[in-house]
Design a protein around this ligand. Sequence first.
Ligand code: NAD
Length: 258
Amino acid sequence: MKFNLNNKIAIVTGGGSGIGKAISITLASQGAKVHIVDLKEELSKQTRLEIKAFGIEAIAHKCDVSNYENVKKIIDKIAIKGVPDILVNNAGIAHVGNIEVVSVQDLDKLYNVNIKGVYNCTKAILPFMKKKRDGIILNIASVAASIGIMDRFAYSMTKGAVLSMTYSIANDYINHGIRCNSISPGRVHTPFVDGFIKKNYPGQEGELFEKLSKTQPIGRMAKPQEVADLALFLCSDEAKFITGTDYPIDGGFIKLKV
Ligand code: NAD
């Protein structure tokens, strides 16, 4: 069977919702033991229940990825029982606005979750992966990392850093058997998108949803499962030759002009 993850241990941050939830369920369905890490415990438990419905065990953890102590405690606890083979740095938050609109507080918050969250989880797991001389780190960046999407100043800045961290980790750990890649989705229909539409465009939700769908030349948003299937490939042995690469999955957003 291709994309077999039997006997693999995976950690998925932000696994309680949207893309992270789809990735958690997909990795588990291929045999991985998945640790679902989320700030909201009720959400990570819900993902665990959905995985359990297939007769597969997963573990839910409450964790704030922006807090290094919190992250290290959980990763150490997981690694004592079995060193993780896969880390998916997916947890992230949105922000709408140009540089004049972004407050210092908002900028710090975005930095702490989207950038420091990736740093914290990666830093905590690397000593274990190095010792094992094996590991896969997959970061969820965004098309916003390489395209200046209008009114997404702080968010784009954080995703640019996720992309740079991907290249840096891939280079620094290539001789330790550790691969690091990223996925850059265009718009994906998740609570993240519904949430920022509701917050920033109250009363215009339907209109905005249509507008955002059409910004992908393919005419719609991605489904979380489509991103999860790419994540599965990159986390599998079939992708063993791939490191230091970013994969846009964007319905033609970056390259096509229609
Ligand atoms: P989502 O809001 O549906 O899910 C994000 C999850 O992360 C939530 O369960 C939330 O509780 C968790 N989370 C937030 N802050 C956290 C923290 N500090 N510690 C631990 N968990 C935390 O979002 P989504 O759309 O599934 O997005 C997932 C990732 O994909 C994000 O990094 C996002 O930037 C990226 N992304 C999303 C889109 C999109 O259009 N949805 C596009 C490109 C990239």
